[in-house]
Design a binder for this molecule. Structure first.
Ligand SMILES: C[S@@+](CC[C@H](N)C(=O)[O-])C[C@H]1O[C@@H](n2cnc3c(N)ncnc32)[C@H](O)[C@@H]1O
Length: 275
């Protein structure tokens, strides 16, 4: 593919949008603009205000490379190296799940729990750190610890905590096996997608261990609840994410562990310990 014919911003945008649309990418316009921003270091307004700006050979060569990547359905956040979650930019790479907008619901649910400002909160399966770090930014006095089984994911979470100035603890743990303390709230957005489910082409580039789980997607959540059951001091609240058809089983597991469902919203379930 040779896209070096285009030399102005306008010409490059037209041909990139056409190529991406033909390649089945719905976000062709926005992705093309993001690529231009990334390569030219110009902001969106400047790009749109200067359609006749000549792109240099070096810029065109870089654009060709990332356009080819995008045409293979490589996710845009992995190309730009970042994505927005709850109003903040989080660094991402192929070792972490790209934070999803629907996960912002977890932050909303935490914010309406009326928690003590000094609450202790654990984010299990933190990935990029998006959940725990966002909560720390909203509750500066809270003690927030991030846990993941993947060292590579934890390194991304660490970078995000530094970039966003969030003072959080970061630890490797298989679910709750290495908890540093007891917590008031445990949040767990763990892998829950059944392996049999057909997913989009872009998901194929994300870490499988962050997304898929055996046993109709429930095997990791089952182990999570088993470990919750064994905790000496149980958290008051537990928040999980799973698919709609998994909510009943998740609720049953929570009940066996002494929790009742407080709220359910889209993918999110909030449980409270029974007294
Ligand atoms: C669905 S991703 C969620 C990432 C992030 N919390 C988010 O909301 O974008 C699941 C994460 O759980 C981690 N994980 C999978 N199995 C785990 C386990 N047994 N113990 C701890 N973390 C685990 C994966 O490495 C991955 O980062």
């Amino acid at each position: 593919m040779n896209t070096n014919f285009s030399s102005t911003i306008h010409e490059w945008l037209i041909s990139s949008k056409k190529l991406l649309s033909h390649g089945g990418i719905d976000s062709a316009r926005i992705d093309s603009l993001l690529m231009l921003e990334m390569v030219t270091k110009m902001d969106r307004a400047k790009i749109l205000a200067n359609p006749n700006h000549q792109l240099s050979k070096k810029e065109l060569s870089k654009l060709s490379k990332i356009l080819a990547l995008r045409l293979s359905h490589y996710p845009m956040p992995y190309i730009t190296g970042k994505t927005e979650f709850y109003g903040n930019d989080f660094l991402v790479n192929k070792n972490v799940l790209i934070p999803r907008p629907e996960t912002e619901e977890i932050i909303h649910q935490v914010s309406i729990l009326n928690l003590d400002s000094k609450s202790k909160i654990a984010d299990i399966g933190t990935g990029s750190g998006c959940i725990g770090i966002t909560i720390k930014l909203l509750m500066q006095n809270a003690i927030i610890d991030l846990y993941d089984i993947s060292i590579k994911a934890l390194s991304v979470a660490r970078k995000n905590s530094k970039n966003l100035n969030a003072d959080v603890g970061i630890y490797k743990s298989n679910l709750l096996k290495n908890l540093r303390t007891d917590y008031d709230v445990v949040i767990a957005n763990l892998p829950y997608v059944p392996k049999e489910i057909a997913t989009g082409k872009e998901i194929e580039f994300e870490p499988k261990k962050a997304i898929f789980a055996d046993n109709n997607g429930m095997v990791i959540l089952e182990e999570f609840w088993l470990q919750i059951k064994k905790l000496e001091k149980k958290p008051k609240y537990i928040i999980t994410e799973s698919l709609d058809f998994q909510h009943d089983l998740n609720n049953l597991l929570a009940t066996i562990c002494g929790y009742s469902q407080l709220k359910k919203s889209n993918l999110t379930q909030v449980f409270i310990v029974q007294v």
